[in-house]
Design a protein around this ligand. Structure first.
Ligand code: MLC
Ligand code: AMP
Length: 493
C-alpha cells in the first residue's frame, strides 16, 4: 500500500483538511479518495499508469482526486487552475491523458477539449458519491505524477516521478523538518508544483497534520488565519513574505502586536523556490521573531539543500545537502573541491526524477555520463553552506517563484504584427525576484505599450506577461550576431 495512504489509515478522526472553513477527518479523506478511485476504475482492475489530468480547486476534492488516481494505479497530472486553454491542450496532448477530473468551477470550461481529444471529463462532485469497489495493489516503482516545468528550449517538459521517488522526497522533509501529527499548516501555493504538492500538502498529510486550504493567496486571509492561533507551520515563496510584510506595515500598532504574538508561537517558517532577499529575511525576523528556514529545490529533485531545522540559518545561503541527497559542484567537467570556487549544482539520489515524459533525448542531456542531474544552478560553498550565485542560462527567469522561459515569451512577442525583433530578460526585483522585461524593435518606433500588454495577456498566461517594455533601435549583439542579454539588462536598469 502507498505509505501516505497507510499512514492516513492510522489517523482516523483527526482533522486532515480544512477548506471553506469546513473540517474533514483522515477517515473521510480516505473514504472520498476510495470513491474517486472506484469511479475512475469504472469496473476495470487497474488504471495501469494512464495519465489522469485534474483541474480541481485547492481543498478536500483536490486531495481526494490525487489520492484516488494513485490508488487506482493512474498517473496524477495536476492542471493549474489559471491555465488558459492552449496550455491545457498541450498537457492533455503531451500526456495522452484519458480522463480529466474537474470540479464544478471548471467542468463547462473544459468541455471543448472533447472535440480535439479522446478524453472523458468527469465531475469530482459525482466521483465523491461513487460506491467503493476493489482497488489494485500499486507497486511503488510505478509512475505516480507528471509535473510540467519550463526549460530554455521548446515547450515545458513533463517531469515524471514514481511513488518511490515521491516517498523519498516527502519522508526526507518530514524527518528533517520534524513534522508531526500535532502540526497545522496552511496551503496558499498553487497545486501544480512541488512546493505546494510535496512540501506543504504531502508532508503535512503524511504526518497526520492538519492542512488548511485557501483558494488563493491573500494577505488579509493569511493573517486572519494566523490570528486564530492554531497554525504552527508556514511555507511560502519569497514574494509572499514580501507581500505579507507590506501588508503588515499598513496595519495599526495594536493589530501588528497581536499578529507578532501569534507568529512567535509558530514552530517553523520556510522560504524557497527563489532566492530570499536578506532584507526580507531580516524584516521577517523583526515582525515574527522567526529566522526563515531557506531551502533549495527543483521540480526534478524535490528538495536538495536546506538550512538546518536546529542550528544556524544563514541569511543569503541555502544550507547543506539534505540527508540522502548527493550534491556536488562541477566546473568545466571538474569537481569543485575548494570552498569559494563556483560550480554547477549536480544532484544524485532517490529523490531525483525518473525522466522527462516522452523525451528520452532531453532526459539523457540533463544527466552527466555518471548519472548526476545537472540543475543549471551555479553555487559556491562558504563555511560549509551553499550559496546560489545564479543560473547558467539567462533564458530561465524566476518570477514570484514561477519558472518562466524567456525564449517562449520572445516567440510570442515576435508574432506581434508591429514587432520585428525582441529580447526578453529577467531583471532583479525585490518583490518578484525577477520581473519579466522585453526590449522590442518596432519599425514605427511608436508602439502603444498598453495595447501591447493587453495583446500579450491574451496570448500568454497572465503571470508570464512582461511587466516592462522598452522600444529600442537595435539589440546589443556580439561578434557572432547573438544578442548579449547582459547588455539588454543594462538598457533596463
Ligand atoms: C502577478 N503579477 C505580477 C507577477 N505575477 N507582476 C510582476 N511579476 C509577476 N510574476 C501582478 C498581476 O499582473 C496583478 O497585477 C497583481 O500582480 C496580482 O496578480 P495575482 O496573480 O493576483 O498575484 P498574486 O496572487 O499576488 O500572486 C503572487 C504569488 C504567486 C506570489 C502568490 O505568484 C504564486 O503563487 N507564486 C508561487 C509559485 C510557486 O509555487 N512556485 C513553486 C514552483 S516549484 P495587476 O496590475 O493586474 O493588479 C519550485 C521548486 C522549489 O520552484 O524549490 O520549490
Ligand atoms: P522549478 O523548476 O520551478 O522547480 O524551479 C527550480 C529552480 O528554482 C531552481 O533550479 C533554482 O533556480 C530556483 N530555486 C529554488 N529554491 C531556491 C532558493 N532557495 N534560492 C535560489 N533559487 C532557488
Amino acid at each position: 500500500m502507498l505509505q501516505i495512504i497507510k499512514n492516513a489509515s492510522g489517523f482516523g478522526n483527526k482533522t486532515a483538511v480544512i477548506d471553506s472553513d469546513k473540517e474533514y477527518s483522515y477517515a473521510q479523506l480516505l473514504d472520498f479518495s476510495r470513491r474517486v478511485a472506484s469511479g475512475l476504475l469504472f469496473g476495470e482492475n487497474d488504471l495501469s499508469e494512464q495519465g489522469i489530468a485534474y483541474m480541481v480547486s485547492p481543498g478536500i476534492s483536490y486531495v481526494a482526486t490525487q489520492w484516488g488516481i494513485w490508488q487506482a494505479g493512474g498517473v496524477a497530472v495536476p492542471i493549474a487552475v489559471n491555465y488558459p486553454l492552449p496550455s491545457i491542450e498541450y498537457v492533455i496532448e503531451d500526456t495522452e491523458a484519458t480522463i480529466i477530473v474537474a470540479d464544478e468551477a471548471y467542468f463547462d470550461f473544459l468541455q471543448v477539449l472533447k472535440e480535439k481529444f479522446p478524453v472523458k471529463i468527469l465531475k469530482v462532485e459525482e466521483l465523491l458519491k461513487m460506491a467503493v469497489s476493489a482497488i489494485p495493489e500499486v507497486d511503488l516503482s510505478r509512475n505516480a505524477m507528471i509535473l510540467y516545468t519550463s526549460g530554455t528550449t521548446n515547450k515545458p517538459k513533463g517531469v515524471v516521478t514514481t511513488h518511490t521517488i515521491l516517498q523519498s522526497q516527502i519522508s526526507t522533509l518530514v524527518d528533517s523538518w520534524k513534522w508531526t501529527r500535532e502540526d497545522y499548516t496552511i496551503c496558499i501555493l498553487p497545486l501544480h508544483h512541488v512546493h505546494g504538492i510535496v512540501n506543504v500538502v504531502s508532508c503535512g498529510l503524511w504526518s497526520g497534520a492538519t492542512v488548511h486550504f485557501l483558494p488563493n493567496f491573500s494577505p488579509e486571509e493569511v493573517f486572519r488565519i494566523f490570528l486564530e492561533g492554531k497554525l504552527n507551520v508556514f511555507m511560502a515563496v519569497p514574494t509572499i513574505y514580501f507581500k505579507l510584510i507590506a501588508h503588515f506595515e499598513n496595519l495599526t500598532i495594536d493589530e501588528q502586536k497581536k499578529l507578532s504574538e501569534a507568529m512567535k508561537k509558530f514552530r517553523l517558517m520556510v522560504s524557497g523556490s527563489a532566492a530570499l532577499p536578506v532584507s526580507v529575511m531580516e524584516k521577517w525576523v523583526e515582525i515574527s521573531g522567526h529566522y526563515l528556514l531557506e531551502r533549495y529545490g527543483m521540480t526534478e529533485i524535490g528538495m536538495g539543500i536546506s538550512n538546518p531545522y536546529e542550528g544556524e540559518r544563514r541569511a543569503g545561503y541555502i544550507g547543506k545537502p539534505l540527508p540522502g541527497v548527493g550534491v556536488r559542484l562541477m566546473n568545466d567537467g571538474k569537481l569543485v573541491e575548494k570552498e569559494a570556487e563556483s560550480g554547477e549544482i549536480q544532484i544524485k539520489g532517490p529523490n531525483v526524477f525518473k525522466e522527462y515524459w516522452n523525451k528520452p533525448e532531453a532526459t539523457a542531456k540533463s544527466f552527466t555520463s555518471d548519472g548526476w542531474f545537472m540543475t543549471g544552478d551555479i553555487a559556491v560553498v562558504e563555511n560549509g553552506y551553499y550559496r546560489i550565485l545564479g543560473r547558467d542560462s539567462v533564458d530561465i527567469i524566476k518570477s514570484g517563484g514561477y519558472k518562466i522561459s524567456a525564449l517562449e515569451i520572445e516567440e510570442v512577442l515576435r508574432k506581434h504584427p508591429e514587432i520585428s525583433d525582441c529580447c526578453v530578460v529577467g531583471i532583479p526585483d525585490e518583490e518578484w525576484g525577477e520581473v519579466v522585461a522585453a526590449a522590442v524593435i518596432t519599425p514605427e518606433n511608436d508602439l502603444d505599450l498598453k495595447k501591447l500588454n493587453e495583446w500579450m495577456r491574451e496570448n500568454m498566461p497572465a503571470y508570464k506577461t512582461p511587466r516592462k517594455y522598452k522600444i529600442v533601435g537595435d539589440l546589443p549583439r556580439n561578434a557572432m550576431g547573438k544578442v548579449t542579454k547582459n547588455d539588454v539588462k543594462q538598457i533596463f536598469i
